[in-house]
Design a protein around this ligand. Structure first.
Ligand code: SF4
Ligand code: FES
Length: 317
């Protein structure tokens, strides 16, 4: 199997593995950040440039370095390749530039945004951004759009990662939204603002790395760090029924998919579980969800609180 060295760590991976996925096999600090790549979605990646890395040695056969930084999510490894991520000043400088670009049009409305506390862009800016901005021009502004009864689109916050487009394309039967126009005029549109009316459409909320697509049943109800995320399941005939219910006391405020350390959902869930099952009696609570990525949510120390919720779910007891 071909070998690749990333930030001094050498691993063997299958032929054709991307640098990003090779790094994910090791985990931890050497994994480049990703704002558009999503391992569960085909063809995702290559849009945001957050994951740029420096290839200091192309391969054993051709050891020349690559002339420019490359997107680790879409560049396959070669045998003997050497890659610098966090150890390359060039990469860190470029990442700063990318964050600055992503924030050009993104409003700094974190205090009123539902995504605050679990926003990938917020985390990325915290680690790689600068305090100030050099952008003096006017930011793009869009009206909020209701996409069906459960989802609201704040195009103003969108970073054009295309994840929602691929989600709708790949896990729902009929895609009715996509990216309209080009360049800085591009926007997520629903063609004549048609509702995304599909059992799995709510997953676009989970894959959105920012607060551009939000859950209308949860909007402005609470900050995520005031809630206790719990693994829960129910018998569902549309999806696996495995979700995370976000609780305030004994009330379920929202339901989401279970996310891994890269903020990617493990299994897509259906709209019935997500939007229409907020009754605690319909769920079997398994226990606190461990948030395995850096997150302000863990600051609530909810995992240390004893589980007082009784399982009333007759179906799954
Ligand atoms: S709405 Fe969200 S998921 Fe869709 S392209 Fe914009 S940032 Fe990405
Ligand atoms: S994660 Fe690689 S380009 Fe966006």
């Amino acid at each position: 199997m071909p070998k690749v060295t990333i930030d001094g760590v050498t691993i063997e991976v299958d032929e054709g593995t991307t640098i990003m996925n090779a790094a994910r096999k090791v985990g931890g600090e050497i994994v480049p950040p990703a704002m558009c790549y999503y391992s569960k979605l085909d063809k995702s990646g290559g849009k945001c440039r957050t994951c740029l890395v420096e290839v200091t040695k192309g391969s054993d056969k051709d050891p020349r370095p690559m002339p420019k930084l490359v997107a680790s999510c879409s560049t396959p490894i070669m045998d003997g390749m050497e890659v610098s991520n966090k150890t390359s000043q060039k990469v860190l400088d470029a990442r700063k530039g990318v964050v600055e670009f992503l924030l050009i049009n993104h409003p700094l409305d974190c205090p009123v945004c539902d995504q605050a506390g679990e926003c990938d862009l917020q985390n990325l800016s915290y680690e790689h951004g600068t305090e100030g901005t050099r952008f003096e021009e006017k930011k793009r502004v869009f009206d909020k759009i209701d996409i069906g009864p459960f989802i609201q689109l704040h195009m103003t916050r969108c970073i054009m990662c295309y994840r929602c487009v691929y989600t709708a394309d790949q896990i729902t039967n009929e895609r009715v939204h996509g990216v309209l126009k080009r360049g800085d005029a591009s926007e997520i549109g629903t063609y004549i603002e048609k509702a995304i009316d599909n059992d799995f459409s709510g997953n676009v909320i989970d894959v959105c790395p920012v607060g551009a697509l939000t859950d209308k049943t949860f909007r402005f109800k609470s900050r995520v760090w005031f809630l206790n995320p719990m693994d829960a399941h129910r018998n569902c005939d549309k999806c696996s029924g495995k979700a995370v219910v976000w609780m305030f006391g004994e009330e379920i405020y929202r339901v989401t998919g279970r996310k891994d350390q890269y903020a990617e959902v493990e299994e897509f869930i259906c709209n019935t579980c997500r939007f229409e099952t907020k009754d605690l009696a319909k769920w079997t609570i398994e226990g606190p969800r461990h948030i395995s990525r850096e997150s302000v949510i863990s600051q609530g120390h909810y995992e240390m609180q004893p589980l007082k919720i009784e399982n009333n779910n007759e179906e799954t007891k």
